[in-house]
Design a protein. Structure first.
Lengths: 254, 301
């Protein structure tokens, strides 16, 4: 990997829900324009990590966060302007959530909230986002129908289009393929490869092979600890340093 | 000698029958009330009732010796004016309180507010009327420099305080029914909390909110004792909120005891009862259909 200033720097991050620890002092860097795959069994703290990065952890009242997270040198946990932070760090959740609005309004939601009202600006923006999410051709004739009426795979691409609408610098995807079929999954994976040109992608996934296909580097998280982080080729080969990593990627457990 | 098994069968049958009767009784009561109110008013309704004069005349002289006139336009205007004033106050405050309780406050304060609002709903209406008479009346006289404070404004404010608990609790239920995933998705897009409320929650919960407002209106139209004490009880079309008015409900409450049973006056009061019954029935039915609309919509998605 080329040595450069990391996009996001996480240092000694510990999160607990009540008395239950979710992350136990984890440190890692996320580079600009990479796809960072994060793998690990369920309950290992992957989603919590994403929630800290874009501060949606604020809405879990029992969560206690310690450590430092910086985004381009600015402290994520102490920033005053949390809304613009969330616009810079987009999030796609495991189950697609079409807001109860039309397809167009779903995508135009964040830009409108940011004050863009002019249809002349919104129309091309909505089209570009839907095209980037590989959904445009399927919905271009029914932009005014309800977003919640789309199929699961289409809704997931709609949420990706929506996350792209505020032009994030980092796109976090949390097990995006959990509710969709393999064909759609492959389509979205192609989309992500193209998006990498424009932004940094953090891909949390249960599918070990998905990380292998997409990620430049892969982090293996287990029980709230970072076990190993290296180039994807290394993680998925005998060169992996930790026996647990080898066992997990080879399907011995998890 | 009854065996244990036979006894179980018999008791099971008795319990089931009792519960069944309890369930059906609600239907019987509603139809029973409608039937008796209708029967008392029917004699007048079908012989001497002139709908045009009844609804469009302001002349309400039921006890005149020479020329009895039964026009309720001014009384309808009284009910309408206090209802409009009440809703103008209760809708923004009620919805605002519901949004605050549901989205902006947590923990102890939330519990405390919910209990307090339920307490507000439990205050007897005659106590509200007393507050209108003894607290609001001098306040309005001082504030607006009018000779009498028992006005449409007074009744409207009292009614709004009575409608707010209903609006708050139903609106809060409607907001609570919006899935958390909508909130998370909206927040993750980098919008503020207030933007989330009016761009996502209010559209998603709009049917429930509308039903809450309608039930509040139903409460305001049907309330009797508080408005009887607070509005001044004068038959006139109000020119301003500072005029005294009389409502449909208060008219029945005040005059029914004085009207000889079976007389025209007595029967007209029951016709007013039928009219009120119809209004509240339509309002409640509309609210019900709207709430049912929510369920159908959610079932589809």
């Amino acid at each position: 990997m080329v040595a450069e200033k990391p996009k996001i720097q996480i240092n000694g991050l510990a999160v607990s829900y009540g008395t239950k620890p979710a992350l136990k002092g984890l440190s890692l860097d996320i580079h600009d324009h990479e796809i960072l795959g994060i793998i690990g069994p369920a309950q290992s703290g992957k989603t919590t990590l994403l929630k800290v990065i874009n501060r949606t952890i604020d809405y879990i009242s029992s969560a206690k966060v310690q450590g430092t997270v910086t985004f381009e040198g600015e402290s994520v946990l102490e920033t005053k302007d949390v809304h613009s932070l969330r616009r810079k760090i987009g999030m796609v959740s495991p189950l697609p959530v079409g807001l109860p609005l039309s397809i167009y309004d779903n995508v135009a939601f964040a830009p409108r909230a940011a004050g863009i009202r002019d249809r002349k600006k919104l129309d091309p923006l909505v089209e570009r986002c839907l095209q980037q999410a590989a959904l445009w051709d399927e919905v271009k004739d029914r932009l005014s129908s309800l977003g919640t009426k789309l199929s699961g795979g289409q809704q997931q691409r709609l949420t990706i289009a929506r996350a792209l609408s505020h032009e994030p610098e980092v796109l976090c995807l949390d097990e995006f393929s959990i509710a969709i079929d393999p064909v759609t999954t492959m389509r979205i994976e192609d989309v992500l490869k193209e998006l990498k040109e424009h932004m940094t992608i953090v891909l949390v996934t249960n599918l070990v092979q998905q990380a292998r296909r997409l990620a430049d580097r892969t982090a293996f998280i287990w029980n709230g600890d970072l076990i190993e982080l290296d180039d994807t080729d290394v993680i998925f080969s005998d060169a992996a340093k930790d026996q647990r990593t080898k066992d997990y990627v080879n399907g011995v457990f998890g | 000698m009854i065996t244990r098994k036979q006894w179980t069968t018999i008791s099971e049958f008795l319990i089931e029958t009792t519960i069944r009767i309890c369930g059906i009784s609600a239907i019987i009561f509603v139809f029973g009330i409608f039937f008796f109110v209708f029967r008392e008013g029917a004699g007048f309704l079908f012989s001497k009732w002139e709908p045009l004069k009844f609804f469009f005349s302001t002349e309400w002289y039921p006890t005149s010796v020479s020329n009895k006139r039964y026009g309720i336009l001014a009384i309808i205007a009284g009910t309408a004016s206090v209802t409009v004033i009440a809703m103008t106050i209760a809708v923004p405050f009620g919805l605002g309180a519901a949004i605050f309780i549901s989205e902006f406050c947590t923990g102890k304060l939330k519990e405390f507010l919910k209990i307090l609002i339920e307490f507000l709903a439990a205050i007897p209406s005659v106590v509200w009327g007393f507050i209108g008479l003894m607290v609001m009346n001098p306040l309005i006289i001082d504030l607006f420099r009018v000779p009498i404070g028992l006005t449409a404004l007074n009744g409207g404010i009292i009614l709004s305080l009575m409608a707010i608990p209903i609006i708050v609790s139903i609106s809060e239920d409607a907001l609570k029914a919006v899935p958390d995933s909508y909130r998370e998705a909206a927040i993750a897009l980098g919008i503020t909390k207030w933007q989330m409320v009016y761009r996502v929650l209010m559209p998603a919960a709009k049917n429930g909110l509308l039903a809450a407002v309608l039930l509040g209106v139903g409460r305001a139209v049907g309330e009797t004792m508080a408005v009887l004490l607070a509005t001044g009880h004068a038959v006139q079309i109000p020119g301003s909120p500072l005029d005294s008015v009389r409502t449909l409900t208060a008219t029945i409450a005040a005059e029914l005891g004085e009207a000889p049973v079976g007389s025209d006056h007595y029967q007209v009061l029951f016709v007013i009862g039928i009219f009120l019954f119809t209004i509240t029935f339509v309002i409640n039915l509309t609210a019900y259909l709207i709430v049912k609309g929510i369920r159908v919509q959610h079932g589809e998605s």
